[in-house]
Design a protein around this ligand. Structure first.
Ligand code: ATP
Ligand code: MG
Length: 324
């Protein structure tokens, strides 16, 4: 397998009135062709900023990309100009956002908006053949009554149907990488499962790779082959899903897993990770997790741990795990 995306040492800050928000620090990960990589972590840890960076959608200012590379299809996306990046979006890279309502324009029909997405990359597409392509896409994402639905405005569609329209739009040009940022968080539980099943089917059929962002490890376990765990702007552990559940090494990952209710264990209370995410405006020296960490050792207060391979395909950034 070859890598479709390789993010190396990405550092992104936001310059705000309150100070500098260190949203991402030295983030590195990669995705293989046809692979689903899960990105998991607490709210505010930098998952969406990671996704927006790959899409070239970090608002600058206040955002500032301080360093790193994002290699995709043999090019560093960070070196492309806005025109080149726009050409890449929707064609090779697609993003499915958390809230379909705010991503669809209320004054245009669902069908028209998917047509526009196609025309943006294929200016010659028009007329009946364009409409039948959109109807075909609506069928592919299981939108009920596609011939009628193309004529509906977003407010006439349910939340699940709107998310399907967004997915149809994302798929319209056959992207190589789909970034799904909490694609089901705004939906009912039963609809969530349908949308996840749909994304997985489309990913398999189309052979695209997926970066699936979620704060829900259950969703990641069902969908992804590998998972990267993020904490306060850094990736602290990255390995296969099986290994993560069987042999979690970073104390934060262990905390996250302990916080999931399990039917196979005699558990009367859910574990809670004590404390809260550190203030990204004012990060402590050394390891960012150390103040909440039950395994912290002296070096953790002065030296920030860098990811190291501790087993086949298993990376972790933790001094206690390195045996320092
Ligand atoms: N435009 C912006 N201006 C200033 N700070 C920002 C901006 N966008 C993101 N941030 C900050 O960057 C940090 C990471 O945010 P991000 O949205 O990536 O978190 P997240 O992991 O996606 O959280 P959630 O699970 O809630 O979606 C947060 O501290 C956030 O406040
Ligand atoms: Mg987010």
């Amino acid at each position: 397998m070859s890598k479709i995306l390789s993010v190396n040492n990405l550092t992104v800050h936001f310059h705000t009135e309150a100070g500098i928000v260190r949203a991402l620090e030295d983030v590195s990960f990669s995705i293989e062709e046809g692979e689903v990589l899960g990105l998991v972590g607490e709210t505010g840890c930098g998952k969406s900023v990671t996704a927006l960076s790959v899409m070239g959608l970090v608002p600058v200012p206040p955002g500032k990309i301080l360093g790193g590379t994002i290699e995709f299809g043999g090019r560093n996306l960070l070196s492309l100009d806005s025109e080149e990046m726009r050409a890449m979006r929707g064609k090779d890279l697609a993003m499915i956002f958390q809230d379909p309502m705010s991503s669809l324009n209320p004054v245009f029909t669902a069908g028209f908006q998917v047509e526009e997405a196609i025309v943006a990359h294929e200016p010659g597409a028009s007329g009946k053949s364009l409409l039948s392509r959109v109807i075909g896409l609506f069928k592919k994402v299981n939108i009920s009554d596609p011939e009628q639905s193309v004529q509906k405005y977003p407010h006439m569609l349910s939340g699940g149907m709107k998310q399907r329209v967004m997915i149809a739009m994302g798929l319209s040009c056959g992207p190589k990488l789909i970034i799904a940022d909490e694609p089901t968080t705004a939906l009912d539980v039963s609809i969530q499962a349908q949308i996840l099943t749909l994304i997985r089917r489309l990913q398999r059929e189309g052979g695209s790779s997926v970066l699936l962002i979620s704060h829900d490890l259950g969703v990641i376990a069902a969908m992804a082959q590998r998972v990267a765990v993020m904490y306060a702007g850094s990736i602290v552990e990255c390995t296969s899903v099986g290994e993560l559940f069987e042999n979690p090494r970073h104390p934060y990952t262990k905390g996250l897993l302990g916080a999931i209710p399990r039917l196979d264990k005699d558990q009367t209370r859910l574990a809670v990770i004590p404390g809260t995410l550190p203030d990204l405006l004012n990060l402590p020296e050394g390891c960012k997790f150390r103040e909440r960490c039950p395994e912290a050792i002296p070096i953790c207060s002065s030296v920030s741990p860098r990811p190291q391979l501790i087993g086949p395909g298993h990376e972790v950034a933790c001094h206690a795990c390195f045996g320092n």
